[in-house]
Design a protein around this ligand. Structure first.
Ligand code: NAD
Length: 380
């Protein structure tokens, strides 16, 4: 029995990634599944139609036909209302869902009795590492953030000894040393900058130092359940600001990546601090999408404050669509292994903590409690 797996072209503005790359589509075909891909789905990431055909995937021109016959649909971005309409009742949908941004779509998926897995809800446990799309995409974003900073600033990053004199290396400060921050540190180091970093989780210090960067120590440890950061108290925030401010003012480049899951990103760089930075300095705010770590950040824009530029890029993984798609497709394939049986069937084992943790909607119910509260006002 072949499971019908469908991959539509992403429609969100600026989204160039595709949920399945030909290599992974071929693996699923070899496992006996029927993979159908919307014509042109991979073009934004340079995976052309013939590459999918070569590995045995079927190309479909009409999206309604593609989705109407699907048992499993793989997406990068949340489905549009039209996509939800086109899906058959009971279909399994897997992708990033951002339920707080699209509560009305969650309600629609519930009413359609879809089974929806949100990749951002996959628990951060060791067994789920190979499915951790938050990490794979944050790796891409962190790398790209360092390159944007290097490209924006009007000076060298490395130290240079030349006949025309010695150039001092740039000072890069990374705020938030999670997956994206560590990748930004590693990339800035490779470019020759002198890098320092700060995170409220003291455990991040070891990782920062292992990359050859300096870790700014504060008398605060805000690691909460699951390795994530908790929100700081007002007093802690004031202490943090004073220490971080000194480092910000000394830096040529500041890359901010601080996030608190499900909440607005914390403000770490105030307008006042930006005004005190050196002329020509650059801030790249990776948290722009969730409100920004810098007070003046405008999502999707570059703001100039005095002689400092503040870049607020959106959807950086899409800018490296080739590898972001490849890594994401591998995450999805590993996730699919949990629900596809050896005999080529589809089985949902709700005792599996990865499935139970990442299910958003199933059988007419919103399973993720915070989303249920948001959509249904707390009613079960
Ligand atoms: P994230 O994107 O949620 O946040 C980025 C970083 O910002 C985090 O390191 C966080 O501590 C930091 N931060 C939050 N508030 C801050 C503040 N006020 N000042 C400075 N920094 C602040 O984080 P992430 O990259 O998704 O990673 C979160 C945690 O999960 C990390 O500990 C990471 O190592 C862990 N993780 C575990 C696994 C696994 O075990 N499978 C996989 C990936 C990540």
């Amino acid at each position: 029995m072949a499971i019908k797996i469908a991959v539509p072209k992403e429609e969100a503005p600026g989204e160039r990634r595709v949920a399945l790359v030909p290599e992974v589509a071929g693996k699923l075909v070899r496992q006996g599944h029927a993979v159908a891909v919307e014509s042109g789905a991979g073009v934004g990431a340079h995976y052309l139609d013939d590459a999918y055909e070569k590995v045995g995937a079927q190309l479909v021109e009409r999206r309604t036909e593609l989705l109407g016959g699907a048992q499993i649909v793989l997406k990068v971005q949340p489905p549009t209302e039209d996509e939800i309409d086109a899906l058959p009742e009971g279909a399994v949908l897997i992708g990033f869902m951002y339920p707080h941004r699209y509560p009305e779509r969650v309600a629609k998926m519930r009413d359609k009795k879809l089974t929806v897995f949100a990749m951002e809800l996959v628990p951060r446990i060791t067994r789920a590492q190979a499915m951790d799309a938050l990490s794979s995409q944050a790796t891409v974003a962190g790398y790209k953030a360092a390159l944007i900073a290097a490209d924006t600033i009007d000076r060298f990053l490395p130290m240079l000894t030349t006949a025309a004199g010695t150039i001092r290396p740039a000072q890069v400060l990374v705020l938030g040393a999670g997956v994206a921050g560590l990748q930004a540190i590693a990339t800035a180091k490779r470019l020759g900058a002198v890098v320092s970093a700060y995170d409220v989780r003291r455990a991040a210090g070891e990782q920062v130092r292992s990359l050859g960067a300096k870790f700014l120590e504060l008398e605060i440890d805000a690691e909460a359940e699951g390795g994530y950061a908790r929100e700081l108290t007002e007093e802690e925030k004031a202490k943090e600001r004073a220490m971080v401010e000194e480092a910000i003012v000394a830096a040529d480049i500041v890359i901010t990546t601080a996030n608190i899951p499900g909440r607005r990103a914390p403000i770490l760089v105030t307008k006042d601090m930006v005004e005190r930075m050196k002329p020509g300095s650059v801030i790249v705010d990776l948290a722009a999408e969730s409100g920004g770590n810098c007070e003046v950040t405008q999502p999707g824009e570059t703001v100039q404050v005095g002689d400092v530029r503040v870049v607020g890029p959106l959807n950086l993984p899409s800018a490296l669509a080739v590898h972001a798609s490849e890594m994401y497709a591998k995450n999805l394939h590993n996730f699919l292994e949990l629900i596809l049986t050896e005999e080529g069937g589809l089985e949902l084992d709700w005792d599996d903590e990865i499935l139970a943790g990442s299910v958003l909607v199933h059988d007419g119910e919103i399973k993720h409690a915070p989303t249920r509260e948001l959509v249904e006002g707390g009613a079960a």
